[in-house]
Design a protein. Sequence first.
Length: 203
Amino acid sequence: MLQDETETYRFSDVFLIGLVNQSLKRIATLRPDLFAVTAAVSCVENEVRQSAPSDSMRVIEVFSVTGGSGLVEVNREVLDRTAPTWTTDTAGAATNWMRHVRNPNAFFIYPKAPSGQSIDVEYAQSPPALTALADTITVLPDGYLPSVIDGVMFLAESIDNEHITSGRAKLFQDSFVKGLGDSAQSRSLTDPETAALKDGEVL
């Protein structure tokens, strides 16, 4: 597809693997729901604020106390108004959780965590980097392989001076701005701020 068939290749394997990694990161930014994984996350004792694992891009859902009861998502503002002491109430098995609207990798639980509690969290995982041709893409469904190829082609052709000698800065700027805009729109797929409201109640 790159017409890179000469004996001395323009693009090395290492370079192309780097483009694949960049494409995966871009896809994860635009569609974090495609990289969803679930893990048991150990809670910070005596804290209401908790965090997803270090490889998380954003929290999608908090399901339950591991091996225990499910958690109900509630709106933090409502809890602040109806139970203003919720952050200092006695620790116990979590019953509710709330999103941290300014930090996509953090969330709150109620009541604060007792010792040894873990909760099952679904989050969008940052794609692990590929390092060799034998590596496989395990975090993305096979049906999205064309998107990965399109991403690699876009990046490779963007830096090919034989075909693009002007407008390269604008090309990257447009891609950057579009990526950020699409990422903001994708929030509705994973972390709506209308937490705990039914579809018919969303304004």
